[in-house]
Design a protein around this ligand. Sequence first.
Ligand code: RP5
Length: 165
Amino acid sequence: MNKKVAVLMGSDSDLPVVKGAIKALRDLDITAEVHVLSAHRTPDQAGKFAAEAKANGFGAIICAAGKAAHLAGVIAAHTVLPVIGIPIKSSALDGMDALLSTVQMPKGIPVATVAIDGAENAGLLAAQILAVHDEELAAKLEEMRAAMTRDVLEKDARIQSEFNM
Ligand code: RP5
């Protein structure tokens, strides 16, 4: 059976950004299971979810959190599944606090960190992880890249015809 991706966020206030990851996954027909789970407000539930995630059919976990964002690190501490952190811009520090809290993991417990509010890339990276063992998914990702290339080449042609005559 195809692996699922868990999409966790520290608060429902993160949802507007997190929707980008959910869309990226669903566009690729990947089952995305979405939860609000907080490292500090629901620590027991967060740890339990992570500890059981592999047995529950997940292949990767995305964690979005803002401010002192330790959700991704705490989830990663409870599982050997790949964990992808999305630092959320939700504070006076414009997301730099969440970026550093997510990316600066001490050795031994890695978290793959995308850009501040980089939810779409988190979804795509989770898809690429699943695609290592799923040729059909890998082919969809290859086609997406090809479409992106075609799109940029069309833009280049338009710009060239406007400025390089
Ligand atoms: C973090 O604190 C959440 O991930 C959110 O980005 C931030 C603010 O949470 P709320 O106060 O909006 O619930 O835990």
